[in-house]
Design a protein around this ligand. Sequence first.
Ligand SMILES: Cc1cc2nc3c(=O)[nH]c(=O)nc-3n(C[C@H](O)[C@H](O)[C@H](O)COP(=O)(O)O)c2cc1C
Length: 366
Amino acid sequence: MSWFYRNLIRPALFTQDSEAIHDRTMRMLGWTSRHEILCDALASLFGAPRNCGVELFGLKFPNPVGLAAGMDKHASALPIWEALGFGFVELGGVTWQPQPGNPAPRMFRAVSDEALINRMGFNNPGAEAIAAKLGEGRALGRWPKHPVGINLGKSKVTPLEKAAEDYASSFRVLWPHADFFVVNVSSPNTPNLRQLQDKSALDEILAALQQINQQPTKPVLVKVAPDLSFEALDEILDLVDSRQIAGIVATNTTITRPETNDSRLQHIYAEPGGLSGRPLRARSTEIIHHLRRQTKGTLPIIGVGGIFTADDAWEKITAGASLVQLYTGLVYEGPSLAKEIVNGLRRRLNETGLRELKQAVGIGKA
Ligand SMILES: Cc1cc2nc3c(=O)[nH]c(=O)nc-3n(C[C@H](O)[C@H](O)[C@H](O)COP(=O)(O)O)c2cc1C
């Protein structure tokens, strides 16, 4: 299937504008997700085997491969991801205020590097609309068996000093609708957002969320940028105990660009925004190694950035990630990717003589 997608479907899709095809695909998946029989048909083609489960944060993940934030920003196709083999999803980013995001064009493909650049800027209908949609989905029984996370961003109109309130408002209305939350302070596409990775600003946001997060508490993770220094990462780790950070999602997109002599790539890389895909892989793995080292394996990490194969996922897991996520890989490799990665991870475990995935977490050398 992967060959079929790469050689026949992808070339046709890539003749179209990047965001336009994303929107069309999401509309089609949204429609499909409302028909159980179609979901079952997709699951028979792309569903992943249930032989690689993970338990983390008190949640049961049928497999460790998740859909990264940004793909299903509007929570429009929630039941479909399970049928496409994913073991969990992170919906959003969601902001308190509905907002259109940045002007288009705002998503670009760097095909020969298998990368994307985006400056979407949290286009989303707002936390209340997403909460209503998720409430409806649950009432209709259209809810996946895997854990569902929500990625929280800051509304563009909210000044940085009011960020904690803004995140807390979203968290309050979305709290009943997800199993875990990710505080996104690392998107490069909302002006100054990444300043919220600063220890005192992040402390204020997490304090506001944890005040709401009571009985039972739900896991709150922090998503970091790959462009942070190790010292800045360590400052975030200082908050783990005092603010009950359940884990780190490493990493978001990067504002750096690979060196290239290819003038077409240079042209695309001149676009402002965050870069994802293959060129991000090594740096995000490096960050995972560092986080693992600093926390001596006590803090769960979700590894994301440039995962296209089971080997890439294995690299993240052996660096210290308990779960992985992907976005750009799905665009380049197609709908069988999650299943292929789960199968590949199971094979790796068997070859290494390990029974469970958690035994592989952090066994690699930096
Ligand atoms: C178009 C696009 C939109 C994204 N939107 C979000 C977002 O809203 N929140 C977030 O935390 N990350 C967002 N991301 C980042 C991804 O979740 C992920 O961290 C990053 O793309 C690296 O993974 P990948 O190389 O597998 O794509 C977005 C990425 C892309 C390509």
